[in-house]
Design a protein around this ligand. Structure first.
Ligand code: NDP
Length: 829
């Protein structure tokens, strides 16, 4: 071919990267051991697995197959190391993290080539994206290690962390897991994916190189059934961090239920790529290439659903086909290649199966005219049109280079279509009208929203899902909280709550003398006829009528109305002496369903101004204060506590309402400056409908301490009040009714806590459940929550001191009530 011809065709020539240094490194280390306690050790099983180059189908290396004995050894090493590492000053940890980042850069080319060989992704991506982001992650977290003491006071590391990562970004996922864990003072046992262990093993060597203390990082290669599952169930692991499929995430949620292990899950997605008719279509085409053909579409946040405004759909599809025809697919080590190989034959088969199913379901498939290499595992870029939103290919994560396209007419329709998925990981919005884009972004149920860009990542901007895409964030300050817990949980003696929780010593608020009661003995009897008749006698010159008190049986509180329980039954409420002091409705499954429906209907609460939400919380406090004596007496009746203590509870409740009224317009997001021309807006959004099961103790304070932060942040709630002492919550009905609280924002269903909590945890339209009851109940809630991967916050049967401002209020509550959405806004002409 002559130079002139090249100018004519504009064809690239091959630009191969040399594999020799990486292949030599592999040869020198054959077979690989396990990395435990900074040593390379032989697997207990004596077994090895083959790692294959997916671009050729040929073996690359032998890696050790760990089993449960190796998991035990690695966790034990992590535990011993934690004793020191957990107490190592932040500055010292920062130095190690900094050294890791520097060494990643020193070995960057070797790592990039190894990653390409092992995973099949193009060298262009590993060299320019994966490895630089790995280094950036360690630099960024070196900073958090340095700042932990000042920026996260009152928090400490969780301990030994089990981390399980997938094959699509092997080293990058390792960095996302290990960097924050180490920065916060934890030790790690990491399991790479079966197909892609090699860069993790090079990383282990770097740990030796920098002299990281033994046992801080342990790496176990092997199969899920012998390593991953064992790690998840290991009793001495304090947290599991997982990235992978939603099905495995669900099984991990169930396996860890009730264990007290912290859990973060980054799962699958079916992310929308929304194109409005005023978008720059040439940029859109390149955006689509990055959204779905980047890493062969094996990306959890791949823009796999193209939603195009109807009037430009034909033009865009035609431009896309032209571009697809020019995509270059082949040898991953060729620097001029756009797409490499699919990771494994199994994955290739699954993609082919789903594509055939799409055709069978009536969608129109288009692929470029060129053929894929016959050696290795390749799949061409594929575009489906004429797709109906309910079909398999529109709903299921294909995890391959397959794009399905659908059309919409209005922005509202675009949002509805975009949110028509069980996932919620990411979304892109393309429009030259920034007003439209910024209006649409908050309406999308997704953890990351990219405006006029896609698949951008940075350590400063947290990443993670809504809905069945999992929970927890990686990156940003929010990601740090996945690796710490409040210090009071270990420093105070935590009690296990009994069924009939006793009185908790008052600590935090001393009532003013004026508030103190004239009587300080526990009077727990029902407002007696004598009390009433005495009062009436005084007012009527000695005439003493004899009549009983007017019966008050609180109903349930749903959609701002007091409604009878569906069951038609009531339950007795007792004082500590076992006397009946009242009745409340016996709520059941149907009442919970109605309450959830009402809470959903009140979803507009999230878009109320924060000022308005603050005003309503102040108003509730004001109306409660008017009746504080009455509320205190009810607490005394139910719990048998001293009147002074009951007054303290009421006063603390009022103070707590003030706290969350204060936070309502102050717990704000932040703006990140990732290394690009643009900003990331980290918005703290409401989660949606939260089911809340209140503790038995402190019937008023426990109830308000949970409801107030939830509604302050824009959530609507379905609350099961204290099972043993529900009358304080039911007395709040009138307070809510007179405080301008919109109907359906707070719904209250009295009854037996655990069966009702179970209904909430099973419910697919509840986005989070907070449970403060028994260890068994906590386990059941966590287990059932796996259905729609709702977020949970449970107490594992431990009590907290609700009167204490550290344990009973504050940022921990606000964090549980919000999820962070990062909206990426590039700027500049
Ligand atoms: P998996 O979720 O099965 O694997 C991810 C990681 O979890 C691997 O390290 C795997 O080990 C491990 N693992 C698997 N089962 C268990 C278990 N029961 N307990 C503990 N650890 C376990 O993903 P696959 O690799 O099988 O891919 C299947 C599908 O998952 C893809 O087609 C895609 O749809 C989705 N996926 C999503 C990812 C994401 O980032 N959201 C990433 C990868 C896949 P091992 O490798 O040994 O099996």
């Amino acid at each position: 071919m002559k130079v002139m011809d090249i100018f004519e065709t504009m064809e690239y020539g091959p630009a191969p990267e040399a594999a020799t240094p990486a292949l030599n490194w592999l040869k020198e280390h054959q077979p690989f051991g396990l990395f435990i306690n900074n040593q390379w050790v032989k697997p207990a099983s004596g077994q090895y697995l083959e790692s294959i180059n997916p671009a050729t189908g040929k073996p690359l290396a032998q890696v050790a197959a760990a089993n449960d004995a190796d998991v035990d050894a690695a966790v034990a090493a992590g535990r011993v190391a934690f004793e020191t590492w957990g107490k190592t000053p932040g500055h010292v940890r920062a130095r190690y993290l900094y050294a890791i980042a520097r060494h990643i850069q020193k070995h960057s080319r070797l790592l990039a080539v190894l990653e390409s060989l092992d995973n099949g992704k193009s060298i262009r991506e590993t060299r320019d994206l994966d490895i630089p982001l790995v280094a950036r992650h360690f630099y960024y977290h070196a900073g958090w290690a340095q700042l932990m003491a000042s920026e996260l006071p009152g928090y400490e590391p969780v301990g030994v962390v089990g981390q399980i990562i997938p094959w699509n970004f092997p080293l990058l996922m390792l960095a996302w897991k290990i960097a924050p864990a180490l920065a916060m003072g934890n030790t790690v046992v990491l399991k790479p994916a079966r197909y892609t262990s090699l860069t993790a093993l090079k990383f282990a060597e770097i740990m030796q190189e920098i002299g990281l203390p033994a046992g801080v990082v342990n790496i176990l290669t092997g199969e899920a059934s012998h390593v991953g599952e064992v790690l998840v169930r290991h009793p001495d692991v304090n947290k599991i961090a997982f990235t992978g499929s939603t099905d495995v995430g669900r099984s991990i949620r169930r396996a860890t239920a009730g264990s007290g292990k912290k859990l973060s899950l980054e799962l699958g997605g079916k992310s929308p790529f929304i194109v409005f008719d005023d978008a720059d279509l040439d940029s859109v085409v390149e955006g689509v290439v990055d959204a779905i053909w980047f890493n062969q579409g094996q990306v959890c946040c791949a823009g796999s659903r193209l939603l195009v405004q109807e009037n430009i759909a034909d033009t865009l599809i035609s431009k896309l086909r032209t571009r697809m025809e020019k995509l270059r697919l082949g040898e991953p080590l060729d620097k001029a290649v756009d797409m490499g190989a699919i990771v494994s034959p199994g994955q290739l088969k699954e993609i082919s199966r789903l594509v055939s199913q799409g055709v069978a379901e009536g969608a129109e498939m288009w692929q470029p005219s060129w053929a894929c290499p016959t050696e290795g595992y390749f799949f061409p870029p594929t575009l489906f049109t004429n797709v109906s939103p309910a079909t398999t290919i529109a709903q299921v994560e294909i995890f391959g280079p397959v794009l399905v396209s659908m059309t919409f007419r209005t922005p509202a329709e675009a949002v509805a279509l975009a949110n028509n998925t069980r996932y919620g990981l990411a979304a892109s919005v393309w429009s030259e009208n920034i007003n439209l884009a910024l209006d649409v972004a908050p309406k999308l149920k997704a953890g990351s929203v990219w405006i006029n860009c896609t698949n951008l990542f940075d350590a400063s901007s947290g990443f993670g899902g809504y809905r069945e895409s999992g929970f927890g964030r990686e990156g940003g300050k929010e990601g740090l909280y996945e690796y710490v817990h409040p210090s009071w949980e270990t420093s105070s003696t935590r009690h296990t709550s009994a069924n009939h929780d006793g009185h908790v010593e008052a600590q935090s608020v001393t009532p003013s003398p004026a508030l103190d009661s004239e009587f300080d003995t526990a009077d727990t009897s029902l407002d007696s006829t004598e009390d009433v008749t005495d009062t009436v006698a005084e007012a009527s010159n000695g005439y003493v009528p004899t009549f009983p008190p007017i019966d008050r049986t609180p109903k349930l509180f749903v959609k701002g109305k007091q409604v009878r329980p569906d069951s038609g039954y009531s339950r007795d409420v007792y004082n500590p002496q076992g006397q009946v002091i009242g009745q409340v409705g016996e709520g059941n499954r149907k009442d919970i369903r109605n309450a959830v429906e009402a809470a959903h209907a009140a979803g507009g609460w999230a878009t109320n101004t924060t000022h308005n939400r603050a005003q309503i919380l102040y108003y509730i406090a004001e109306n409660l204060a008017i009746r504080e004596g009455e509320f205190a007496r009810k607490i005394v009746q139910q719990t048998g506590c001293l009147h002074t203590d009951a007054m303290i509870e009421v006063e603390t409740t009022i103070s707590r309402l003030f706290s969350y009224a204060a936070w309502a317009d102050k717990y704000e997001g932040s703006i990140h400056r990732p290394p690009l021309r643009g900003v990331t807006l980290a918005m703290k959004e409401a989660i949606g409908v939260i089911g809340i099961a209140c503790p038995n103790e402190h019937p008023l304070l426990g109830f308000i301490s949970l409801v107030a932060p939830a509604i302050a942040m824009g959530n609507t709630v379905v609350v099961i009040p204290s099972e043993t002492s529900p009358l304080s919550a039911t007395d709040c009905y009138q307070v809510f009714e007179t405080s301008d609280l919109p109907d359906g924002v707070v719904n209250i269903v009295t009854g037996e806590r655990d069966p009702l909590s179970q209904v909430l945890a099973d419910h697919d339209d509840v986005e989070a459940v907070w449970y403060f009851g028994s260890a068994e109940g906590s386990k059941n809630v966590e287990f059932a929550s796996a259905g729609n991967m709702k977020r949970t916050w449970v107490n594992y049967g431990h009590t907290r001191d609700w009167l204490d401002t550290v344990q009973g209020e504050g940022e921990e509550f606000l964090r549980e009530a919000t999820q962070v959405k990062n909206i990426w806004v590039p700027y500049g002409e």
